[in-house]
Design a protein around this ligand. Structure first.
Ligand SMILES: [Zn+2]
Length: 56
């Protein structure tokens, strides 16, 4: 499993998104960022966030 902790991305948020692959994690990060943080993930942000995905 892979995971991305929202706090690692600099947000004051306990959210952790998990998935079986980086792509699966990123597919959930985009709606999370939009719904919870009101942020539209740009391609640049997406590549930065991808680098923060770690093994869970
Ligand atoms: Zn969050």
């Amino acid at each position: 499993m892979k995971e991305l902790r929202c706090s690692d991305a600099g947000f004051d948020c306990d959210g952790v998104v998990t998935g079986e692959s980086v792509d699966e994690v990123m597919a959930q990060v985009v709606p999370h960022a939009k719904e919870v943080h009101g942020i539209d993930v740009t391609p640049e942000m997406a590549s930065q966030l991808t680098g923060l995905v770690r093994e869970a």
